[in-house]
Design a protein around this ligand. Structure first.
Ligand SMILES: NC(=O)c1ccc[n+]([C@@H]2O[C@H](COP(=O)([O-])OP(=O)(O)OC[C@H]3O[C@@H](n4cnc5c(N)ncnc54)[C@H](O)[C@@H]3O)[C@@H](O)[C@H]2O)c1
Length: 452
């Protein structure tokens, strides 16, 4: 499908999802206004300064801002007036009960209802519990009723599946575009919007709104389940004297299992998996179903995030006064996002035990400084080697490429003690042991003492 007219689009929220969506939609010729309540962020973006690290995003934003197709504002009224399509891409963090906190989504729905004067298609891109579209519709309707006006509007669900670190590629060449609608008018708008991203084949999967809302959670839960399953197997592997890496390569050869997403490690973090597992669990309970598996995915993950600390404790006993090097702060490579990152669980446990941390991350040290501020027991270093200087042990938490082949001779000279805890199994245990290191991996029992 080609030859669709350009669309005028408004996006609420300029975080990882809103900003990538805005820039990618502008790139194909649409006129996009991104609106945020964070005035500093909007000012920064308007200067062409991208506040997050995402490969390729700087150039995409700058190019489209310069071309006049992408603008940023805090003016919600003007933003509602701009786009026939209004995307909601604000955060939906966990509340204290584990449910998704919908306050920002409700705020946006109310804003749209407060200002709209003609037809609008309101599309939820944020990850929201099943039934949220009904709430968005009711909130808009209430705001319109309060003004005693009744322009037409539709509500749709269009969950986002991009991965931080590969977000632009994911948006431009999606595996699928899930479109949840309850009428043809809304479906046509969204098909037209995504036509430029569907040139090789139609990736749009049009369905009812509730199925679309559930699809997003289902996808993340399947992935989180794979990780927790492998981490559980790694724990068993340690106890029975097996090597989980050999097990992984053997089970992945079965096409029904496959090699994707079966890496054992130090737990999953990020802004999506942990909160989405909790939120679906909460939805499930609200509907009277006790989700045994969902609770286990989270329980295994929380335990796994403690594994690095426990390994250090098993090795050293008392950690007070020790200095530990940490390689990798972001929850995964190619992002600066530290939300629920395993590095945070590790560092906070080390501080609690009286140890100090020297840390390096290629992109996330600024974020770590923002979160933790200046503290005597945290040195944020400019290089990987600097973070290893005089440490009692070095822990690999995030598998950035730059950590994969360090100069082990130099490392051994720099470190106070040659102890490496490899939270992502990126090194060869036998090689490191031959080089004179004490090596601990995840689920690689040969040489690992039983965890405490
Ligand atoms: N980050 C990801 O990888 C990813 C992937 C897929 C889906 N999602 C989902 O997308 C949503 C957004 O995630 P994110 O990581 O981009 O969040 P984020 O926290 O990075 O950004 C959210 C932005 O929304 C803004 N905001 C809040 N209230 C607003 C309002 N009333 N009007 C305008 N702006 C407002 C905030 O100031 C912030 O800049 C979440 O529901 C998340 O689960 C995230």
């Amino acid at each position: 499908m080609n030859g669709w007219p350009l669309l005028r689009i408004t996006i609420f929220g300029t975080g990882y999802v809103g900003l990538v969506t805005g820039a990618c939609l502008a790139e194909t010729g649409n006129h996009v206004v991104c609106v945020d309540i964070d005035a500093d962020r909007v000012a920064q973006l308007s200067r062409g300064d991208v506040p997050i690290y995402e490969p390729g995003l700087d150039a995409l934003v700058t190019g489209n801002v310069n071309a006049g197709r992408l603008t940023f504002t805090t003016d919600a009224e003007a933003a509602v007036a701009h786009g026939r399509l209004q995307f909601i891409a604000v955060g939906t963090p966990s509340d204290e009960s584990g449910a998704a906190d919908l306050q920002y989504v409700r705020q946006v729905a109310d804003t749209i209802g407060r200002y709209m004067t003609e037809y609008r298609l309101v599309i939820t891109k944020s990850t929201v519990p099943v039934g949220t579209a009904d709430e968005v519709r009711a909130t808009i309707r209430a705001a319109l009723d309060a003004r005693d006006v009744s322009p037409e509007f539709d509500v749709a669900s269009n969950p986002e599946f991009l991965k931080e670190g590969a977000a632009i590629e994911d948006f431009m060449k999606p595996d699928r575009v899930v479109i949840g609608v309850d009428n043809e008018r809304a479906a046509d708008h969204l098909r037209a919007l995504y036509a430029p991203y569907n040139r090789s084949r139609d990736r749009c999967m049009v369905m009812d709104i509730r199925s679309a809302e559930l699809t997003k959670y289902a996808a993340n839960i399947m992935l989180a389940a794979k990780v927790s399953m492998m981490n559980e197997l790694a724990q068993i592997s340690d106890r029975v004297g097996a090597d989980i890496e050999r097990v992984r390569t053997a089970i992945g050869a079965d096409h029904r299992i496959g090699y994707h997403f079966i890496y054992p490690g130090c737990g999953f973090g990020g802004s999506c998996f942990p909160k989405d597992v909790r939120a679906l669990g909460s939805t499930s309970k609200q509907h009277g179903y006790e989700p045994a598996l969902l609770d286990a995915i989270e329980g295994v993950n929380m335990r796994q995030k403690r594994v690095l600390f426990e390994r250090l404790q098993a090795h050293f006993g008392d950690l007070a006064g020790r200095t530990i090097g940490v390689w990798g702060l972001a929850f995964k490579p190619n992002t600066d996002d530290m939300r629920e990152a395993p590095s945070r669980t590790l560092m906070e446990a080390l501080w609690e035990a009286g140890a100090s941390v020297r840390a390096f991350d290629p992109e996330a040290t600024g974020e770590a400084r923002r979160i933790y501020g200046d503290r005597a027991d945290l040195a944020l270093c400019d290089s990987a080697l600097d973070a290893a200087r005089d440490v009692d042990a070095l822990v690999v938490v995030t598998e950035w490429h730059i950590f994969r082949s360090p100069d082990f001779d130099e490392l051994k000279t720099l470190m106070a003690q040659p102890v490496i805890v490899d939270g992502r199994n990126i090194y060869e245990p036998d090689y490191l042991r031959r080089e004179g290191f004490t090596y601990y991996g995840i689920g690689r029992a040969a040489g690992n003492p039983a965890p405490v």
